[in-house]
Design a protein around this ligand. Sequence first.
Ligand SMILES: Cc1cc2nc3c(=O)[nH]c(=O)nc-3n(C[C@H](O)[C@H](O)[C@H](O)COP(=O)(O)OP(=O)(O)OC[C@H]3O[C@@H](n4cnc5c(N)ncnc54)[C@H](O)[C@@H]3O)c2cc1C
Length: 506
Amino acid sequence: MADQARVGIIGGGLGGLAAACTLAARGHRVLLLERNPFLGGKACVLEEAGFRFDMGPTILTLPSVLRRIFAEASVPLEAGLELIELDPQWRCFFEDGSRLDLVSNVDDMADRLRDFCGSGEIGDGYRRFIELSRRLHDISERYFFWRSVGSVRDTFRFGGTFQPGVLRDLWSLRFGRSVAGTVRAHVPESRAAQMLDHFTQYVGSSPFLAPAVLCGIAHMQVAEKVWYPRGGTGAVPRALAELARKLGAELRTECPVRRILTENGRVQGVETESGERIALDAVISNADSVRTHRELLADQAAARFLGRRRYEPACSGVVLYLGLSKKYDHLLHHNFVFSRDAEEEFQAIYGEGRPAPDPTCYLAAPSVTEPEVAPPGGEALYVLVHTPYLRPQHRWSEMLPEYRKTILAKLARTGGMPDIESRIVVERFLTPEDIDRRYAVLQGAIYGLASHGRWAGAFKPANRSPDIRGLYLAGGSAHPGPGMPMALMSGWIAADVLHHDLHAGS
Ligand SMILES: Cc1cc2nc3c(=O)[nH]c(=O)nc-3n(C[C@H](O)[C@H](O)[C@H](O)COP(=O)(O)OP(=O)(O)OC[C@H]3O[C@@H](n4cnc5c(N)ncnc54)[C@H](O)[C@@H]3O)c2cc1C
């Protein structure tokens, strides 16, 4: 019977957990198989000597996505998570010594930009940019979000082919233009533009190569703000896992899947590393979408997906987890210490495949909101620097010591932390090689597939496989893309289309 189908989920990242909750809430028998000893994938936690670090995501936006997943089970989000709003949202440090806070109120921000840049035009340009961003966000809501989309053709299908309103909407997506070009057309001041460029870092892509539709991210943050879950972002997968279990889902850790079993173009089940064969009515893969096809499916079944397009990994990164004996009072919860030159930085990472010589460092100083993350007076400082995805010549065990020096010198010079070395009492790190190994991603990519290409850069593989019946994709390398809210939404979409397919008997 359709509503008692047995569904397997490969991977317990945010997408996998969101799918497990949604399917279990709709009455399906859910079995989630995770290869690591912990759930949450990249959203995991490191604890050492009284310091607690979220290891991966730290900036939570679009809480409405989490709310919708909890609503599947008729549970208010607040029953599982306490969310604290952060405003100012980020503090920006620039190479010339200037500082600027990003605040959520558009008029307030426009005034701050006017004063910061000494130009009323920049303030007005910011207002116009956010208005454009609002329209792009609205179009994303209507055509891309909450449905399985893999191409412009799918977008037309959902919009109603060639209706004048739909054509107008698609035209306003500004196909053929980049984020960086659109930002600078509105806000032609290098520091302000660098700040606005950085929304594309949420998807690990270059603003010079990403399509203008991604300017919509700025308004998503204006509309739904920035949040910190009490207990850290690790509280999100914990709450989802608890909900999934309450709804009857079985979540198994230390259980890698070796193969997805198919017959006549249809999923039959999975085989685990230990050789166990499990018969299933459908499978959602929360593992990287390219590696799912390369490694878990037979060549024949995977050929169409792998031949469909060139899959470019998004950027990777280096993270330093620094337990500090004494916190820095000039930091907010979220901070960006910007590179001296945005073009040079993005060209190095995305064009030449080498670490930026003068990188932008993102810093999370969570003790600002939750002092318990560190011993009294200390800080669990998280430093993330985006790097190229892994190339054969990258040997991070050899490259890290030198790059660590570059990062700490940058924090000393531009971030106002000249004595940082002397405050470090605990130090751990994560390199692109670690990311690749821990989370089984594509060439160390943090954010799945790059959103590069001014025409089709925003499209990711659809959640319903067009090639193999009964196979669905969820996570940062599937539609609608990476980042906590998008990975969660992809899990919901995969579960939703699977549910409808089973009811339709396909
Ligand atoms: C350092 C860093 C910083 C980030 N910062 C932010 C941020 O501030 N804000 C934000 O929104 N996002 C951020 N992100 C991105 C965000 O964390 C990811 O987009 C999101 O967590 C990905 O979720 P996912 O569903 O794709 O699953 P993943 O986290 O990729 O998990 C997939 C899971 O599948 C498992 N798996 C793979 N293969 C198999 C197999 N064969 N069998 C069983 N299990 C398997 C893996 O072990 C893993 O647990 C960051 C990520 C990193 C790494």
